[in-house]
Design a protein around this ligand. Structure first.
Ligand SMILES: NC(=O)c1ccc[n+]([C@@H]2O[C@H](COP(=O)([O-])OP(=O)(O)OC[C@H]3O[C@@H](n4cnc5c(N)ncnc54)[C@H](OP(=O)(O)O)[C@@H]3O)[C@@H](O)[C@H]2O)c1
Length: 394
């Protein structure tokens, strides 16, 4: 039986992971679950899975969690430190399913005790990729990509013969505004932006998908996971989300992974790795799909992709600034304070304003993140909630 912990169990990735665990009760036992503001669902999951520990990030929601789990024997805790506590408890396998840089401290805690970490929380690699990969190496941890594109590439990537690989391909759905003009995108609402045509996901990643910043974050994630320079990571828009990713070998062979767009497939692969388990996903019927299309991304209409690539090339703390500015701008957009096009503008202007040339420590990550959130918040007409910075818990 594999002992597992889910960081962010109440989110979209977290709920898909819980679903797979409930379907495979003989293969897994649950150590800890975490949430931020949803004590009711967290308690329900902890009861259903027989977890030993349930932690909630926002202290305001702790009384509700305690009440809901009273008499069950399930330990409870709250605050950013409780998320780290969840990560260090003895689970062989940890799902990093928190959204944003808030997941960095708990994910690092799991890495530092040498766990198998299934990484959905891409912002962890965007804001501190080099340091995180060094810690994976130093602590003998194993990082398993969960993001569907990286999971696909991982399934096709011959690590023993990495020198035979020419490049990798990340596919992008293009999001809900793939065919909209810049003028049309100016007026889109948060409701329209979170309505992804193929995937059901949390609000932040759905907006990232709509701006195509998601693909920019994934480019940075792929660079760290597969140790390839950005010019060897191709991005192609594939509206059907059937081909998730591919590896191009030097002899011209291209190995791709295909499947219906359902996160339970990549999560199941990571959960059972190095084996496989059943996942209740719709079987791919290629004849029914009929046509698969591919096109180059349009970086004029979707500048976020270019901005992310430039941040990666600039190096140092630029990706940290990119991530923090994007989190702040997406939040402002979801709250109706800025327009859709202003998300990328805010990120670009924050990158111009915050100098982050050298990044050598987690302290630097924390400082760049904080500085970027302040600038991006000012640009988007808001003040940074103290907890947003504190929740990194570094
Ligand atoms: N959804 C997908 O299909 C998908 C696919 C690929 C990659 N990813 C990546 O996976 C990660 C999670 O995405 P998601 O769509 O599952 O997000 P989501 O639905 O918004 O869920 C996020 C989870 O993190 C928790 N959380 C949010 N803010 C937190 C904070 N400050 N401190 C601690 N916990 C916090 C949430 O708790 P509450 O529920 O209590 O707020 C929830 O459990 C993201 O990095 C995303 O890019 C997602």
């Amino acid at each position: 039986m594999r002992r597992v912990t889910i960081l962010g169990s109440t989110g979209s990735v977290g709920q898909s992971t819980v679903d797979l665990l409930l379907r495979n009760p003989d293969a897994f036992v649950v150590e800890a679950l975490t949430a931020n503001r949803n004590p009711a669902l967290l308690a329900e999951q902890a009861r259903a899975l027989g977890a030993r520990f349930a932690a909630i990030g926002e202290p305001d929601h702790y009384p509700a969690l305690k009440d809901a789990l009273a008499g069950t024997g399930i330990e409870t805790a709250c605050g950013p430190a409780s998320l780290v506590e969840a990560a260090v408890r003895p689970a062989e396998w940890v799902m990093a399913g928190i959204v944003g840089a808030a997941g960095l401290a708990p994910t690092l805690a799991a890495i530092r005790r040498g766990a198998i970490v299934a990484l959905a929380n891409k912002e962890v690699l965007v804001c501190a990729g080099t340091l995180v990969m060094q810690e994976v190496e130093r602590c003998g941890a194993t990082l398993l990509p969960v993001d569907s594109e990286h999971n696909a590439i991982w399934q096709c990537f011959d690590r023993e013969r990495a020198e035979t690989i020419d490049r990798i391909i990340l596919t992008a759905s293009g999001g809900p505004f793939r065919e909209r003009s810049i003028e049309e995108m100016r007026w889109v609402t948060p409701q329209q932006a979170v309505a992804h045509p193929n995937w059901s996901m949390g609000a932040k990643i759905s907006v990232d998908s709509a701006t195509m910043m998601n693909k920019g974050l994934e480019l940075i994630e792929a660079h760290h996971l597969f140790q390839l320079p950005p010019e060897r990571v191709d991005i192609v828009v594939h509206a059907q989300s059937i081909v998730h990713g591919a590896v191009v070998y030097r002899d011209g062979s291209v190995l791709a992974q295909l499947g219906s767009p359902d996160m339970r497939t990549p999560i199941a692969y990571a959960l059972a790795w190095p084996g496989r388990i059943d996942a209740p996903t719709k079987r791919l019927d290629l004849a029914a799909v009929g046509r698969l299309t591919f096109e180059a991304p349009d970086e004029l209409r979707f500048p976020a992709l270019r901005i992310a690539r430039e941040a990666l090339l600039r190096g140092g703390g630029a990706p940290t600034v990119l991530n923090a500015a994007n989190e702040t701008a997406v939040h402002a957009f979801l709250e109706g304070r800025i327009g859709f096009l202003e998300i990328a503008e805010t990120v670009e202007r924050t990158l111009e304003a915050v100098s982050a040339d050298n990044l050598e420590s987690l302290e630097d990550v924390y400082n760049f993140d904080k500085a970027a959130r302040q600038v991006a918040a000012r640009l988007s007409g808001q003040t940074v909630p103290a907890r947003a910075a504190a929740s990194m818990g570094l």
